[in-house]
Design a protein around this ligand. Structure first.
Ligand code: FES
Length: 215
């Protein structure tokens, strides 16, 4: 082969190699683009499936409304008319009225709402009650179990909140102070407001929420 023919063949194979290299780079770029697009699908969605919405684990805020946390009416608004005087308490979550987010992302937000005769309350508790209606944390101050029972006290002729884990009892007429069992302190209280039968949260928890020791 002459030098001229050799140079032409060499140049031709160089061009083919360059074209193949460019094609490979294009394929890689397309592949990476597709992978990036797949990875970002749903990136802009505010909440991914299975995640709690923003605000659901925030503590109750002033202005929150209350919704049933269990039973046939779970998620429905609680009004004063839903609370029988003398108990039993209703279990509730706070709900942001602007976003409708129920603050059930933290179990520490569950509440006991109870309606009692104002004459049966001690002075400090009556001052906080709205027409006899009171809200307390539903989480036991002993080891953090949910307080589920409304029963006659072991130590007096009154009905009290009772935690069935280790039998702590709390008297809602006296700021949910402990009247029986190992709980080291009262349940946290939540101030309420009442307007036209509608209940709302009037401020943050008063007292510590949650258990003092692991169960
Ligand atoms: S966790 Fe409630 S009494 Fe122990």
């Amino acid at each position: 082969m002459s030098n001229g023919s050799s140079n032409i063949a060499s140049s031709f194979s160089d061009n083919i190699a360059e074209a193949e290299s460019r094609a490979e780079q294009t394929r890689r770029a397309l592949l990476l683009g597709a992978l990036a697009t797949t990875a970002c699908l749903g990136c802009s969605a505010p909440v991914r499936a299975g995640e709690d919405p923003p605000g659901s684990d925030e503590r109750p805020q002033k202005g929150d409304v209350l919704v049933f946390s269990e039973g046939d009416r779970e998620g429905k608004l609680i009004t004063a008319a839903d609370l029988p005087r003398g108990g039993p308490p209703v279990h509730a979550w706070p709900q942001d009225p602007k976003t409708s987010v129920v603050r059930s992302g933290s179990r520490l937000n569950e509440l006991l709402i109870v309606n009692l005769d104002p004459a049966s309350l001690d002075d400090a508790t009556r001052a906080r009650a709205v027409d006899g209606i009171l809200a307390y944390s539903a989480i036991c101050a002993h080891a953090g179990c949910p307080v589920t029972a409304w029963v006659k006290s072991d130590v007096g002729d009154i009905e009290v909140f009772k935690c069935m884990c280790h039998n702590s009892e709390y008297d809602p007429r006296a700021g949910a102070q402990v009247v029986f069992g190992p709980a080291p302190r009262r349940l946290a209280a939540l101030p309420l407001a009442l307007a036209g039968g509608s209940l709302s949260v009037a401020g943050g928890f008063v007292g510590k929420v949650g258990g003092a020791q692991p169960g």
